[in-house]
Design a protein around this ligand. Structure first.
Ligand code: PLP
Length: 418
């Protein structure tokens, strides 16, 4: 059963009603209510064009890449590499060889940690993270730090959910080799001043990895302007498929990095006496890549490319402002994260009610949110909570969906008392 959501309107110059037709799942009915999908930080919905690009490829053109002389394989290879070039343009990388396909953000960070990290880190060296990192940008560094005897440090987060920049100079020492920070916090929505931190890190002789998982869905990204040495993200949070993401790396860094995973596709010659490796990016793409998903990622970039980004950003900012205002009227709401620059995400607790209970009542209202620690336990500890309720927005969300969220929160208040 499906229903059209009543709040689909032209907003901020963006024809949201028309856009919503591209995402059939948004017509779903959940527990008798029109679905209000506000869990885009976990994964965004995919437009029909993305799913069709994957299925058309699988049904009509499927072949492995970089292996065959036959026509289908050559076509698949050309299309696969064309998506690499699309990503280069999307990120303003200097050359397409700076783009490595991975299975997602997590895999990309592990790649950098295990290849770059392991090759440069010495006992006593330091890796600087921040208190607002997703576990994917903490644990891979802990694994390599443990292996080489390096030390992890973290930039503190202020009460408003911003990085404490005053603390950065003292945390950057002559032992800091890597600074790894998120572009946008998946819990707070804070947009971090990446360029400023990158400048400080570079002056201290460190390289900078930016976790862009929550950046690319909301902000135009220019890796060169950001000063990122590495930038990583997942397609499934930017209207693309699961199972694929990317690592951008400055060419000189990638070229100096040893392989991490071995297998087909990443070698030049193999013998029992010794193996030589392919140039980048193939060196880091061992085994059959997610070819169908890469086609879907290409379609997602095309989809984003035909939108008026200024209008998308205006719409998302208006919607977030509206959500802050309306959710703030619910008795007992405490926002976690009130940064001056915030996109896409609103986290809060309802005093006296466990976030899981809030999430369950919201689900009964057809509202999909996330209620958990959001894979950011150090940040939860920083704010003294076990978890939060997180509403996270995409370009297709509407004011009516925010109203539905607020209705569900008021119901939770009634059910659990004040
Ligand atoms: N980093 C951030 C900021 C995230 O929000 C997420 C996922 O929620 C990740 C990393 C991990 O992404 P993935 O699970 O797609 O690898």
């Amino acid at each position: 059963m499906t229903a059209t959501h009543p709040g689909a309107v032209v907003a901020g110059g963006l024809d949201v009603a028309r856009l919503r037709h591209d995402f059939p799942v948004l017509r779903a009915v959940v527990n008798g209510r029109p679905l209000a999908y506000l869990d885009n930080g976990a994964t965004s919905q995919k437009p029909r064009a993305v799913v069709e690009a994957e299925s058309d490829f699988a049904l009509l053109e499927n072949a492995n890449v970089h292996r065959g002389v036959h026509t289908l394989s050559q076509r698949a290879t050309a299309r696969y590499d064309a998506v690499r070039e699309q990503l280069r343009r999307f990120l303003n990388a200097a050359v397409a060889d700076e783009i490595v396909f991975t299975s997602g953000t997590t895999a990309a960070i592990n790649l950098v940690a295990q290849s770059y990290g392991r090759s440069v880190l010495r006992p006593g060296d330091e890796i600087l993270l921040s208190e607002m990192e997703h576990h994917s940008n903490i644990v891979p560094w802990q694994l390599v730090a443990e292996a080489v005897g390096a030390r992890i440090r973290a930039i503190p987060v202020t009460g408003t959910g911003e990085l404490d920049l005053d603390a950065v100079p003292a945390l950057l020492t002559d032992r800091t080799r890597i600074v790894a920070i998120t572009h946008v916090s998946n819990v707070l929505g804070t947009v971090n001043p990446v360029r400023r931190i990158a400048d400080l890190a570079h002056a201290a002789g460190a390289v900078v990895l930016v976790d862009g998982a929550q950046g690319v869905p909301h902000l135009p990204v220019d890796v060169q302007a950001l000063g990122a040495d590495f930038y990583v993200a997942s397609a499934h949070k930017m209207y693309g498929p699961t199972g694929v993401g990317f690592l951008y790396g400055r060419l000189a860094l990638l070229e100096a990095m040893p392989p991490w995973q071995g297998g087909g596709g990443m070698i030049q010659t193999v013998s029992f006496e010794g193996t030589t490796y392919a140039p980048v990016p193939a060196r880091f793409e061992a085994g059959t890549p997610p070819v169908c998903q890469v086609m879907g990622l290409g379609a997602a970039i095309d989809y984003l490319g035909q939108l008026d980004w200024a209008a998308v950003q205006r719409h998302e900012a208006e919607l977030l402002g509206y959500a802050i205002e309306r959710v703030g009227t619910v008795p007992g709401v405490r926002f976690i994260g009130t940064a001056r620059e915030q996109v896409g995400v609103l986290s809060f607790v309802l005093e006296g009610i466990h976030p899981h209970d809030v999430g369950t009542v919201l689900d009964l209202h057809g509202v999909a949110v996330r209620a958990s620690h959001h894979c950011a336990q150090p940040l939860m500890r920083r704010f003294g909570v076990s978890g939060t309720v997180r509403a996270s927005f995409a370009l297709y969300n509407t004011r009516a969906e925010v109203d539905q969220l607020v209705g569900g929160l008021r119901e939770a208040r009634k059910v659990f008392g004040s």
